[in-house]
Design a protein around this ligand. Structure first.
Ligand code: 3PG
Length: 217
């Protein structure tokens, strides 16, 4: 499939539309960042969420931003305005947060970086919408109600599009991707820690190719 060109400053909608899956990545070693990003891009996955959960996360974002022009690197697990600022300084072009606060929303707006805010309740959706966010991460998707919750939200919030994340796997992704209010899903299954430790980039490309081929509504 021909890939569209990458926007320098993608909107949250563009981040969600690019592929069926946004990989949620936990990197323990800076040396893994560039080969991992290349392996995912080779499998058709260009929007990469590097979680700010390890001491090397910002260095990994910086390395991918500099060395893998075919990827769009983003930061995950952003929980404060300071996290968003640090991620943008390192080269992140989008931000994913596990929840939503006005200060994170304001920081991303001022930084000009797309934000996928995390929501798990109607009130959180309404607060994010009030601040202009309509492309949202549903987190943690499976524990918080799964596909049934998304179906229920489609009534009152039918102008919102979701990226369910948390408990999504190769086995249940298709069920989510078939829903009319789901644009993509997020998940860690494309980047198993043991594959990264072993440098098994081919396995990661294979997982990414399978994920890219998942049908979407
Ligand atoms: C996370 O925050 O770790 C993501 O939601 C990924 O969850 P998963 O490991 O269930 O895919």
């Amino acid at each position: 499939m021909a890939m569209t060109s990458l926007p320098q400053r993608p909107s949250a909608q563009q981040v969600m539309q690019d592929a069926a899956v946004i990989p949620v990545i936990v990197l323990q070693d800076t040396a893994h960042a560039v080969p991992l990003a290349r392996a995912l891009v080779a499998g058709g996955i260009r929007m990469l969420e590097i979680t700010l959960r390890t001491p090397v996360a910002l260095a990994c974002i910086e390395a991918i931003a500099k060395e893998v022009p075919d990827a769009v690197v983003g930061a995950g697990t952003v929980r404060s305005a300071a996290d968003a600022q640090a991620a943008a300084m390192a080269g992140a072009r989008f931000v994913v947060s596990p929840g939503y606060t006005r200060s994170v929303g304001k920081a991303c707006h001022e930084l000009g970086v797309a934000l996928l805010p995390g929501v798990a309740t109607g009130s959180e959706i309404m607060m994010a919408q009030e601040d202009g966010y309509t492309a949202l991460k549903f987190f943690p998707a499976v524990p918080a109600g799964g596909a049934a919750m998304l179906k229920a939200w489609h009534g009152p919030f039918n102008d919102v599009r979701f990226c369910p994340t948390g408990g999504i796997t190769a086995s249940n992704a298709a069920e989510f991707l078939a829903l009319p209010n789901v644009t993509c899903v997020g998940g860690s299954w494309l980047t198993p820690a043991d594959a990264m430790t072993a440098g098994d980039w081919k396995r990661i490309t294979r997982l990414a190719s399978e994920a890219s081929a998942l049908p979407r509504n």
